[in-house]
Design a protein around this ligand. Structure first.
Ligand code: TYM
Length: 347
């Protein structure tokens, strides 16, 4: 693997296109908090420009963006230690995305499975933004010269494309300018599955609310969803091999393992031979114990949306202070004249 000549800098993003789910929490947010607490330089972004690649109600989008910010803070992101902001407030993202639109090839983007899934059969009717989505994602990351990107498994292909864009840009302009980023896809819960179908990812866009746990769900609703979560009638096996063809069972074991910070193997050993009904009692307790304090804090934070906006604004200023000089250099390399003083200068 190519060596990254840049100092370590973490960047990641979440779309505020609806409620954040247990998948976002276990696959991404908990990792974001760990990296922050380990003392890394961390930049986290609510990618509202990505959200509008499909139709969004304006009021709902603004609400979901504030609510996602509240979720980050409630889950342990400290806006003084991490930079937390919404994408549309920092122009560098959209500006660099245009340059990357001109670097990436149609063929690369056509192969993106997320585009194929989201566009469905009627591709002609998908927005141009949905097609160019990965170029904006590359811009998010590379506008900060970020080197490491914690994400769930579903974002792997997009990060490979980010690497391809950085490499092609560097080659075309004979520069070692953009870092070749490292995906950080770690932990037990890099792919939390739907509670209704263990072969499908848990997703905020699934039409069935019963398929997911939202960070805004009440304790009663979490209990109801977990009790109704699909399983099979066999008892829990005593090894993970015994769960190979039982995706729903495996998913609940994984969720339990991630919530209790132990390995899935440990969990099956504890519950070997038990029926799922008994396991679910403990899973409900564990899930409620973890999520309810977050839901509670989110609600409190949402009582003062002005304060959330202030936090996002301050984060955007810090983010722009890092990305502006990088963008100015990118313009120079590309031959785009930028003679007005940068809005925010690092000096
Ligand atoms: P998004 O908003 O779909 O998801 C945000 C993060 O949550 C992870 N995730 C999951 N992890 C485990 N199990 C699941 N069921 C699950 N569902 C979601 C995702 O992998 C992701 O890490 N394109 C991105 C947002 C983005 C971004 C970026 C990410 C835009 N720019 C730059 C990193 C860097 C997305 O749609 O994530």
């Amino acid at each position: 693997m190519e060596e990254v000549p840049h100092p370590k800098r973490i960047f990641s993003g979440i779309q505020p296109s609806g409620n954040l789910t247990l998948g976002n929490y276990l696959g991404a947010l908990t990792r974001f908090v760990e990296l922050q607490n380990a003392g890394a330089e961390t930049i986290y972004c609510l990618v509202d420009l990505h959200a509008i690649t499909v139709r969004q109600d304006p009021d709902d989008l603004a609400h979901a963006t504030r609510e996602a910010a509240a979720a980050f803070i409630a889950a342990g992101i400290d806006p003084r230690r991490s930079i937390l902001f919404n994408q549309s407030q920092v122009a560098a993202h959209a500006e660099l995305a245009w340059i990357f639109n001109c670097v990436a090839r149609m063929g690369w983007l056509s192969r993106m499975t997320q585009f194929k899934d989201k566009a469905g059969k009627n591709r002609e009717n998908a927005s141009v933004g949905l097609f160019a989505y990965p170029c904006l994602m590359a811009a998010d990351i590379l506008a900060y010269h970020a080197t490491h990107v914690p994400v769930g498994e579903d974002q792997k292909q997009h990060l490979e494309l980010t690497r391809d864009i950085a490499i092609k840009f560097n080659q075309e302009f004979r520069q070692d300018f953009f870092p070749v980023v490292e995906p950080v896809i770690e932990g037990i819960a890099t792919r939390v599955m739907s509670l209704r179908d263990g072969t499908k990812k848990m997703s905020k866009s699934d039409p069935s609310d019963m398929s997911r746990i939202n960070l805004t769900d009440s304790a009663d609703l979490i209990e109801k969803k977990l009790r109704r979560a699909r399983t099979d009638s066999d008892p829990i096996a005593d090894s993970l091999d015994g769960l190979t063809d039982r995706p729903e069972a495996r998913n609940l074991i994984n969720i339990f393992a991630a919530l209790s910070e132990q390995t899935a193997q440990n969990v099956v050993e504890i519950y070997a031979g038990s029926q799922f009904a008994r396991f679910k009692d403990d899973l409900v307790e564990l899930a409620v114990e973890t999520i309810s304090p977050i839901t509670h804090d989110m609600k409190k934070l949402m009582e003062d949306p002005g304060e959330i906006d202030r936090i996002l604004g301050a984060g955007a200023e810090r983010a722009a202070a890092i990305s502006e000089p990088i963008l100015t250099q990118t313009f120079e390399i590309t031959g785009l004249i930028r003679s007005r003083p940068a809005a925010i200068d690092e000096s």
